[in-house]
Design a protein around this ligand. Sequence first.
Ligand SMILES: [Zn+2]
Ligand SMILES: [Zn+2]
Length: 402
Amino acid sequence: MINALRGMKDTISPTSEIYAHIIETCTKIAQNYGFSFIETPILEETALFKRSVGESSDIVGKEMYQFIDKGENDVCLRPEGTAGVVRAFIQQKFDKAGGVRRFFYHGPMFRYERPQKGRLRQFHQFGAETFGEGSVREDATIILMLKAIFESLGIGYTLEINSLGCPACMPLYKLKLVQFLETLDGLCEDCQRRKLTNPIRVLDCKNEHCKILLADAPLIVEHLCSTCKEDFATLRSILDQFNVAYVVNPKLVRGLDYYSKTAFEFVSNEIGAQSAIAGGGRYDRLVEFLDGKPTFGVGFAMGIERLMELVKMPEVKREGYYIGALCEEAKSVVYNLVIQKRETSKVLTQYEPKSLKSHLSNADKNYVKFCVCIGEDELSKGVVWVKDLESKEEKMIKLENF
Ligand SMILES: [Zn+2]
Ligand SMILES: [Zn+2]
């Protein structure tokens, strides 16, 4: 017997209904906000992720599904969605054309993780990216869009925000941070390495001892230049205006190297321990990193599997028809009726004749609104028998009026 690979799983009804409901909800809201659907390849050149996600990150260093294909190309399954969208944006020369473009995407991502509890090697994300819009109002808009999505899905959250500064203020802050880190003794091994490669990442180390050492670390929010300070204040005032509760978490730094200014994370407290359900922010330098013309960028990604554990499904409404034959002679009439009716409605059936009781029970199990049966009697009179399973009302309807 062949099973699915470790860390990969099938999504089957009713779970697949929850998946579809999440995608549908997110799609509808993203479209209302002016985003359009983009689909990019799952397989990309490895270099794309090395340059965008960064070689020092765990994702690129340890978790990529990377291989050499038959044409000797170094390729890998995408570990995240942003890089492919940015690649497509540049390949279409949208960076040179200028203007604002908004995209949303969803689909599988792959990371070769140690199969701990709940960690999948193939997982799914929904994300959105805005290019060419430098206003902090776009950052606020994306947060409001996520708020609308979570409210529509019935998911509770807390929102954490931070500003990561810009090329004018971040390097100065980084110097100050490194000077501070030099004074510390006993940082964990990871932090020793990060101190050299990406000192900002030391701030979100999960090691308890590191956390204690870092209690007095200088914070970026206290070292922002006037533009970044102003933008951060605007962001907070918009969130206040729309009643979005948030906390400023000065130690919230994104895992990826190209983020600047706004960083945010939606956290759920419902899945046992605190866990991030969506994260994003501004990445004004990424397009340039990938050889495009410098272009503003801001976006987010969210993990669909985590949402699936939290989502409250709307109450299922009875809909559509179940049509069944009560005798051998009615079989072809029923079959024709089923195919015709499917032009406008959801219709279930069984090909073989069954008793009325058996059809009714099937109709009920499948949660349809109308159970329709045709037997000898109905055939001779040119009618169909219909029962409304909600109101329990039964009646005969002329075949041509049905
Ligand atoms: Zn700045
Ligand atoms: Zn550490």
